[in-house]
Write a protein that binds this ligand. Structure first.
Ligand SMILES: [Zn+2]
Length: 326
């Protein structure tokens, strides 16, 4: 009921349940009208949904999280394959668009299980749509999510869209049941935070090389015209935050897109461990330009109120040993 009231207030800015709820494209399409990160304080007046009660990003306060140790590991089917695509300057971020399109048919990378499972062990499947980054003008800032008020220089978002339920059956997604599960039916975004290290991190090479190639163009118009063909093994990033190969520890909460229209349709999975990036590699991102010609830096949104949401910290309970003496 609360959801319906919110939709009425927002004048349909969020798709109503049962009407296009699971459709990926409208949810991630850019909001009508122009916006930029410099004007982020005005988004709530420009775009009603940006004024909602379940906005992202947030500061994750470890003192307030609910610990979950009885959850199956997240699963990343087909993440280990090398996926071709292009890296572009979207005008708001550096983004990898794979050649594949989310299909729900089990032929593209996806994330499922973990907190995306239902109580009966069946899982919703979120197919990979694109990956992009947010970063700072200097390495003391740049991430969207903060952990215990710490800001990181770079944050990667792996965006997935719900298209199927239970990989084996490829059953059509039932928006009503999806909502009964308490899950948002739109997107699952995996957020990965980076910290500055002294060495270049080769996992980032495709993105750094693309950023330098695009950034070599003097104007935004020329940068926007460059499509850098590449291929990415998404699993490389997951492996770097999965220290013990027991499934990565992560924070889970329900939130929104961090850019207009700020739709509150995102299952957020923010990895607890961070990945190293060198200052040289950070500088490559800072060579990009916004549409107005200014350096593309600080393309992040500030933390939004958590309000009454529960943020879960999901760990595999490594201390659990059924044979241990009581
Ligand atoms: Zn993002």
């Amino acid at each position: 009921m609360k959801t319906y009231i919110l939709i009425l207030i927002l004048g349909g800015a969020i798709p109503p349940p049962g009407d296009n709820w699971g459709a990926p494209v409208p949810l991630v399409a850019e909001a009508a009208g122009t916006w930029n990160h410099e004007g982020r304080d005005y988004w709530p007046t420009q775009f009603a949904a940006c004024n909602g009660k379940r906005q992202s990003p947030i500061n994750i306060n470890n003192q307030d999280v609910k610990l979950e140790t009885d959850v199956n590991d997240l699963n990343f089917p087909r993440y280990s394959e090398d996926w071709p695509g292009v890296i572009v300057n979207t005008g708001h971020a550096l983004q990898f668009n794979p050649d594949t399109t989310p299909s729900g048919a089990g032929d593209v990378p996806r994330v499922n299980k973990g907190m995306l499972e239902k109580d009966d062990g069946t899982s919703y499947n979120y197919d990979f749509l694109q990956a992009h980054f947010h970063w700072g003008s200097h390495s003391g800032q740049g991430s969207e999510h903060r952990i215990d008020d710490v800001e990181y220089p770079l944050e990667m978002h792996l965006v997935h869209t719900l298209l199927s339920f239970d990989g084996d059956t490829d059953e059509a997604v039932d928006p009503e049941n999806c909502q009964k599960n308490g899950a948002y039916c739109g997107l699952a975004v995996v957020g990965i935070l980076f910290h500055v290290g002294s060495e270049n991190n080769t996992v980032l090479d495709p993105f750094v090389e693309a950023a330098l190639e695009i950034g070599a163009e003097a104007t935004y118009e020329d940068q926007a015209a460059v499509n850098v063909s590449t291929s990415i093994v998404l699993k490389d990033f997951i492996d770097l935050v999965d220290m013990d190969n027991n499934g990565p520890a992560y924070y889970y909460y329900k939130g929104s897109l961090t850019t207009p229209g700020c739709n509150e349709v995102v299952n957020w999975i923010v990895m607890e461990n961070t990945i190293a990036i060198s200052e040289y590699q950070m500088e490559a991102f800072r060579t990009l330009k916004y549409a107005d010609g200014a350096p593309m830096v600080d393309n992040y949104r500030h933390p939004q109120p958590v309000n009454n949401r529960v943020v879960k910290r999901v760990l595999r309970d490594l201390l659990q040993d059924p044979t241990a003496p009581a």
